[in-house]
Design a protein around this ligand. Structure first.
Ligand code: 3PG
Length: 204
């Protein structure tokens, strides 16, 4: 399985998770976030314009790595790949998706929240998992407890993380990066308030 680890070599370890309301917001939002140093973006397949937004960012902003989030089946994974997604994030672990991602050489970060799912991920050779929903699943206590049991596993926690709790997660050696929607509040996107989003994102 390909890993997203190299993406973070020279990058901020925070991935904005974006449920984009309208397609015309894609480039201004991506530019705003990139100006604050966020060049790895996750667009969730939760809004109708998500795939077109991925396509547009992938084509027109080659310096940005854009991935698809909330990918729940092989068909969605294929559609995300076709749109130009460079990585795939899923709320759960689906073996058909793992196999598809492997043959497509596309990094897949599956969601887990138990040791059993971590065992499956490890046995599938998956290098990075999404702890989801991170705060409900035990947050940093869970990540610390799993470290001696799964010493090679890296976590990409998302779900309930915010500006205040980000540092606590990022301080862990086995946390590759974190994700969250707090950088792109729905209200500010709806208002197309890019300066305010710039202000929020600049604090991280
Ligand atoms: C997601 O996939 O939606 C992420 O977990 C984002 O969660 P958040 O909205 O709580 O940051």
């Amino acid at each position: 399985m390909e890993s997203i680890t190299p993406f973070f070599a020279n990058n901020k370890k925070i991935v904005p998770v974006i449920a984009l309301p309208e397609l015309d917001m894609a480039l201004p939002l991506a530019d705003t976030l990139a100006a604050c140093g966020f060049t790895i973006l996750e667009i969730t397949l939760r809004t109708p314009c998500a795939l077109d937004a991925i396509r547009q960012i992938a084509r027109e902003r080659p310096a940005i790595k854009v991935g698809a989030g909330t990918v729940k089946n092989v068909a969605q994974l294929q559609a995300a790949e076709d749109a130009g997604a460079q990585f795939i994030v899923s709320p759960g672990l689906d073996l058909a998706m793992v196999s598809k991602a492997r043959s497509a050489k596309l990094p897949l970060v599956p969601g887990i929240m138990t040791a059993t799912e971590l065992m499956q991920a490890e046995n599938e050779g998956i290098p990075v998992v999404k702890l989801f929903p991170a705060t409900l699943a035990g947050g940093t206590d869970f990540i610390d407890a799993m470290k001696p049991v799964f010493p090679g596993m890296l976590f990409f926690p998302t779900g309930g993380i915010n500006e205040e709790s980000a540092a606590e997660f990022l301080a862990r050696e086995n946390v590759l990066c974190i994700g969250g929607s707090w950088l792109t509040p729905a209200r500010l996107m709806q208002q197309r308030d890019w300066p305010k989003i710039h202000e929020v994102a600049s604090r991280c």
